[in-house]
Design a protein around this ligand. Structure first.
Ligand code: FES
Length: 132
């Protein structure tokens, strides 16, 4: 039912936990099932230097959380903002159709964390959007 990548990330999730001194936090809930994902980032010089997550949810939600942290660690905010939920699911070699709604959390939580960072650092946000 699940790809080997989903199982691998579910059984050995990367970057679980919290960040001391996180400067962006994003939390989203899945209206379909009520599961919750929290993403914390530390941004330094416009790059995601560190990222951690806590997910109260199913195996697919944990696997997508883990995968998105690996995809964006070390990336610029612009690159991270371009990562979509679909790209995360594809990086895991897909999810079963009945679990696709579980992939709607990871990139959304990441983008909210970035938005939170930009709200706290408005001058950085201006620079980000001027480049786009
Ligand atoms: Fe809730 Fe998967 S069942 S995110």
């Amino acid at each position: 039912m699940y790809s080997s990548k989903v199982m691998e990330h579910f059984l050995n999730p990367r970057n679980v936990g919290e960040i001391k001194g996180a400067n962006g936090i994003g939390e989203v809930g899945n209206p379909v099932c009520g599961d919750i994902m929290r993403m914390e980032i530390r941004v330094v010089d416009n790059r995601i230097e560190d990222i951690r997550f806590k997910t109260f949810g199913c195996g697919a939600a944990i696997a997508t959380s883990s995968m998105v942290t690996e995809m964006v660690k070390g990336k610029t905010l612009e690159e991270a903002m371009r990562v979509t939920n679909k790209a995360v699911a594809e990086a895991l070699d897909g999810l079963p159709p009945v679990k696709m709604h579980c992939s709607n959390l990871a990139a959304d939580a990441l983008h909210r964390a970035i938005q939170d960072y930009l709200n706290k650092e408005p001058s950085k946000g201006k620079a980000l959007y001027e480049q786009d």
